[in-house]
Design a protein around this ligand. Sequence first.
Ligand code: PGA
Length: 255
Amino acid sequence: MENIIFGTNWKMSMSRAQVTSYVHDLREELDAWDGHPDVFIMPPYTLIQPMAKLLKDSRVLVGAQNFHWAQGGEFTGEISIPLLLETGAKIVMVGHSERRHLFNEDTPERRQKLTASTTQGLRTVLCLGESLEERRSGSWITSMKTELHALFEGFSAPQLKQIIIAYEPYWAIGVNGIPASTPEIEEVVSTIRQLVSEFTQQTLPILYGGSVDEANCERIMAETSVEGLFVGRAALDAKRFVSIMHRSVKERQPT
Ligand code: PGA
């Protein structure tokens, strides 16, 4: 892992009018930061193209929160990877917990998407994370094993290289989320790391997401082994997002 990674998922937030000032603020901060961390932003579909344009000559990747695995065809209302590539998207997300829970995205569908994006050269954020019941009963370990095996089986090294894992416990996400403690985060992160290396003989970056903000980012970076953070609400303001990056990176600098 070379760089610390910070990503944000905007869900249905933000508008075309807000994008210009967001990018202006973000660039002002990042351009002044020598060797800034890796950053990706997943706005709503309609904002990908304008954002990708504004960030063209930067290292910030812009991409989609979801997509369809087929190259094209009769799938009304869906978006394919070739269409996303035309907008300037460089990264996509697979299996955010809201997609799994609200839109019933199951493991075979997630695998199809992961196969499509990684074979078409797109960085892919794969979201993983247990429900509160799975956590309390301890069944999350078996579910995680089954899930990772089903998702990664037969994947080639170049495919795996495209993947960034985002560990987001379902119960810690959003306005009603219960923030996870650092031992709770590290327990799952280290298990995922071990399972991934067992199944694939590779090391993939693992981010943590779920109610990350300025108040908890330093602790998460100091007390867990994550390679970065995946931020929702607290990154809807570019200056707050960069402030989270600064505080987090500081925790990993040699003293
Ligand atoms: P949150 O969202 O930071 O607002 O909890 C995280 C996410 O859903 O990825």
